[in-house]
Ligand binder design. Sequence first.
Ligand SMILES: [Zn+2]
Length: 257
Amino acid sequence: MNLIPLPAFQDNYLWLLHDGQRALVVDPGDAGPAQSYLEANGLRLEAILVTHHHADHTGGVDALREATGARVWGPARESIPGPFTRLAEGDRIEALGLSFEVLDVPGHTAGHIAYYCADWQGAPLLFCGDTLFSGGCGRLFEGTAAQMFDSLRKLADLPGAARVCCTHEYTLSNLKFATAVEPGNSQLIHYRQQCEQKRSHGEPTLPSSIALERQVNPFLRTRIPAVAQAAHRHAGADEADAVAVFAALRQWKNEFR
Ligand SMILES: [Zn+2]
């Protein structure tokens, strides 16, 4: 079984999983890259998994369904190109012989979901859409800071070995911000160097892992004193209030260049 990040648009990844014959794709904003890969590798698309309604995650759904007959799954509380099977927290789906658990992770959008496979080749696999990025998190377009905080905590509580398949290559700009928040985090400095090297060779920085994100991602580290103090210094956030620290970090990142 192979896990492939297919670049699309400026900085999106469509994640494609295949066993040499059958494939599934996550968040196909553009059908083109997926179709080219399927044809070049003689794969049959069996499933399309969608995390949220944004066009850069759904724009290729209709074309791929029409071309392949693949079944489409998506968030129960959002509108995506139908027909599709609506999913919410606690639902399970089977695709490519793998079992995926659905998690509700509102915040970026109101009905955003994530897909978690507890065992794929010896480690879990997480498709988290625009909720968790390496070193960062999605913008709060429809949800509150408290909702996003809870969603990220749910993801951070998954096993450390879980591979995190984010849908954007935002890692370097996220790590620049993370370093401004937490300049004394040596694991962060080391990871940033590794990612800079990968990007200079045109390689993806993803997938990341939950264990790594717990060490470097300020949005998962709101209870770490250095992070809370930085949010307090920057925006006066109450250091003891993890949601306030999170909200201050998110706002700071929005303005950060
Ligand atoms: Zn989005």
